[in-house]
Design a protein around this ligand. Structure first.
Ligand code: ATP
Ligand code: MG
Length: 218
């Protein structure tokens, strides 16, 4: 589903991604681990076409992605939840969920949100600013699922979130996996969550993949 080979990215003169190889097979949940500042978010942004990748290749769902930043790429079947929460406090939960998507496509999306994230059910008319961090994260994930992506990419979904909500998010990931038609890549530092939800892991250090293996062998 996603095949990254020998990928390089730079900020100015500094090399941030150094010959990164990573693969996510269809239906798999793969985690990318690593300490702060090693390049994990930059890697996800490169997949989304938000960071230029002058060397290497990114193939998604059979096609090669262009190497220059491209707003289009984000729309091609990948749901992306960036690090931190981009919730608009002046909009309601429902408006935050749909972000301008047409209501016809939106009804199903709202039903799905009820099912996956029951906590949001009672809040659809409430403004986003009134939500807790955990509720905002669930809303951000629900939003990424609205367009029924082939792949879901999450950047540190458990960051700053209490354990009960982490479990809720884990349940959603496992449910999506059991449905079998979505492929998931998660950047994560919380090891318990990684072992709970994922099949395979990669570890990044200083822009390189330094370790990889099956999660059951961790
Ligand atoms: P964290 O775990 O803290 O989120 P990360 O592994 O996601 O870290 P990145 O955000 O990818 O790390 O950053 C990798 C390196 O690139 C860091 O040294 C960071 O300071 C640098 N960096 C990130 N964004 C930019 C930018 N827009 N311009 C210049 N340097 C950047
Ligand atoms: Mg990051």
């Amino acid at each position: 589903m996603l095949n990254v080979t020998e990928l390089e990215a730079y900020y100015g003169e500094s090399i941030i991604l150094n010959q990164v190889n990573l693969q996510v097979d269809k239906g798999q949940v793969v985690c990318l681990l690593g300490r702060n500042g090693v390049g994990k978010s930059t890697f996800l942004k490169s997949i989304m076409g938000l960071v230029a990748t002058p060397k290497g290749s990114i193939r998604f769902d059979g096609s090669e992605m262009i190497s220059r930043p491209s707003y289009q790429r984000a729309r091609q079947g990948i749901g992306y939840v960036p690090q931190g929460r981009d919730i608009f406090p002046q909009l309601t939960v429902e408006e935050n969920l749909l972000l301008g998507l047409e209501v016809s496509g939106g009804k199903g999306a709202i039903e799905q949100t009820y099912e996956l994230f029951p906590v949001l059910k009672t809040m659809l008319k409430r403004k986003g600013g009134a939500l807790s961090g955990g509720q905002q994260q669930q809303l951000a994930i629900a939003r990424a699922l609205v367009s029924k992506p082939k792949m879901l990419i999450l950047d540190e979904p458990t960051e700053g979130i209490q354990p009960s909500v982490i479990q809720d998010i884990g349940r959603v990931i496992k449910y999506l996996k059991s449905e079998g038609d979505i492929t998931i890549l998660i950047v994560e530092q919380y090891l318990e969550f990684v072992t709970d939800v994922s099949d395979y892991y990669y570890v990044m250090d200083k822009g390189r993949i330094v370790l990889e293996g099956r999660v059951e062998d961790l």
